[in-house]
Each structure stands twice: as structure tokens, then as C-alpha cells.
Design a protein around this ligand. Structure first.
Ligand code: KIV
Length: 282
């Protein structure tokens, strides 16, 4: 059995210059394979609204579904550093609600941390969560839950003023108690600068090679339907084709009555069969 990966493992990796690998995960099968492949950390991202549920944005996903799927991922990958993504309006309404919802990720789903999309307005909340012993991964840069305020998805930190603002927010959020950072779609210069201000792991999702680790959405990595086409995504396998081939073979064998054959069917003993046939013919 491999050792449980904790925040201490990730900090040690960072200090020895070993990048952290993180993937999104939404079910037990993929979680099992991810842990077997040696992935350090899994994020049950609210991206599931788009890649699993086929929604337009991450906004509609609900707490109960996040908890159920995060718990499934934990069952599949007991040793990874597991991060649960706080969905839209699960932490914005009140500090009390945020702590209770974050607590559910820890108590019911077995998370090691929760992730929140934050800015300067969330310093008090991050401090409150950390006082409640709930480790926070602060999501900075492009924040998909703010899509209707931004109006577009675009790279953050392209100007010096935007870049310095992200670094300052990162500093303040870390001072408030966050113990890791996820930087989505920021310039590499920002990724490197933020990684250099802390001993805590800074994970890039389009944050460049200077981050302490990388996260990819599973569907992007496997090139599954729902995969995005942002510059920072990379497909490491064309998995749709083998899946389609297996499904087409199944449809063909059902239609041509090749499946199920005797080896995929259950049978009665000759004795029981004889009795059964006698009963049937009465
Ligand atoms: O929800 C998600 O999948 C994310 C990505 C940035 C990895 O937050």
C-alpha cells in the first residue's frame, strides 16, 4: 500500500524541486486509475457541471452532488491529496454556511482541503476556515464562477498592474491562512512569481512551468467529449476512439445475436433443467 499524500508531502516535494501532479476526477473508476498512475492530488472540480453534466458554466452545480462524487473519488483513491471544490454560492452567502459546507467536504467526503475562488473580499472567510482547521486551496487568476462579472474567459496577468495585483492577493490570502494556491490561466511570469513567495504548493492550470505543480481537467487529458480547447490544455491520449470501437462492437454483437453466448450466460444443472421443463409443459 502506498503512503497517504498530505500537505506535508506536497510541501516537501516543492522544497526538493519535484513538481506536483494533480488531475480532476469525478468517479471511482477514474480515481482508482489516477492513483495507480501515481497522480499526487485529485480535485473534484466544479468543472463537472460542464464535463459531466453538460452545462454551460460551472454555476449550477449543487453541494450534495459535489459531496457524493467527491466521496466516490476518495473511495477510489484513498491515498491522494484530495481537494473538494466549493461550488457557486456554497461560500458566498455567509461565513457560517461556508464553514458548514466546507466541513461537509472534510467530514462526509474525506477531503484534505477545499478550494475556493477568492479575491481580497475573501480574506476574512479564508481566516475563518483556517481557524476551523479546514485547509484552503485559494483559486486565483481566471475564476469561472465570476464569468458573468467578467463577461469572457481570458488569460489574467498580462499587464504589469494586473500581474502585481494577483501577486498581492496571493500574499494576502496566504497570510490569511490558505495553504495552497491554484492559478488558472495566468501568464507564466505570474505563475513563477506567486510560486516564489511561498513554501506552500502553487498549482498551475495554465500558469506555466514556473508553478510547483500542474492540474489538468481529466476530459482534456483524455480528449473526451467535453474537452476544452484552451491553450493550456493538452491531450495525452485519444481515448474516445477505443471507447467508440468497444461500443460499436457491442452494438454489432447484440444486433447479430453473438452476445451473449453460452460463456456469458448462466445455466441450470441437467437435473433441474429436466424438472423445470416438465413443470413448464404441465
Ligand atoms: O473545476 C475545476 O476543474 C477547476 C480547474 C481549474 C482545474 O477548478
Amino acid at each position: 500500500m502506498s503512503d497517504k499524500i498530505t500537505i506535508a508531502t506536497l510541501i516537501k516535494k516543492k522544497s526538493s524541486g519535484q513538481p506536483v501532479s494533480m488531475l480532476t476526477s469525478y468517479d471511482v473508476a477514474m480515481a482508482q486509475l489516477s492513483e495507480k498512475a501515481g497522480v499526487d492530488s485529485l480535485l473534484v472540480g466544479d468543472s463537472l457541471a460542464q464535463v459531466v453534466l453538460g452545462m454551460d458554466s460551472t454555476l449550477p452545480v449543487e453541494m450534495d452532488l459535489m459531496i457524493a462524487l467527491t466521496a466516490a473519488v476518495r473511495r477510489g483513491a484513498p491515498n491522494v491529496y484530495l481537494v473538494g471544490d466549493m461550488p457557486f454560492l456554497s461560500y458566498q452567502v455567509s461565513e457560517r454556511e461556508a464553514i458548514l459546507n466546507a466541513g461537509r467536504f472534510m467530514k462526509e467526503a474525506g477531503c484534505d482541503a477545499v478550494k475556493l475562488e477568492v479575491d481580497e473580499r475573501h480574506l476574512g472567510l479564508v481566516a475563518a476556515l483556517s481557524r476551523a482547521n479546514i485547509p484552503v486551496m485559494a483559486h486565483l487568476g481566471l475564476k469561472p464562477q465570476s464569468i458573468h462579472q467578467m463577461g469572457h474567459y481570458r488569460c489574467q496577468g498580462k499587464t504589469a498592474s494586473e500581474a502585481i495585483e494577483i501577486v498581492h492577493i496571493a500574499q494576502d490570502i496566504l497570510a490569511a491562512g490558505a495553504c495552497s494556491i491554484l492559478l488558472e490561466c495566468v501568464t507564466s511570469e505570474v505563475g513563477k512569481a506567486v510560486s516564489e513567495i511561498t513554501h506552500y504548493p502553487v498549482i498551475g492550470c495554465g500558469g506555466g512551468a514556473g508553478c510547483d505543480g500542474q492540474v489538468l481537467v481529466l476530459h482534456d487529458l483524455l480528449d473526451l467529449p467535453g474537452a476544452g480547447n484552451a491553450k493550456f490544455t493538452k491531450a495525452y491520449g485519444q481515448i474516445s476512439e477505443p471507447i467508440l470501437t468497444a461500443m460499436r462492437n457491442y452494438v454489432h454483437e447484440v444486433q447479430s445475436k453473438k452476445f451473449p453466448d453460452a460463456s456469458h450466460s448462466y445455466h441450470m444443472s441437467e437435473d433441474e433443467k429436466r424438472q423445470f421443463e416438465q413443470e413448464l409443459s404441465k
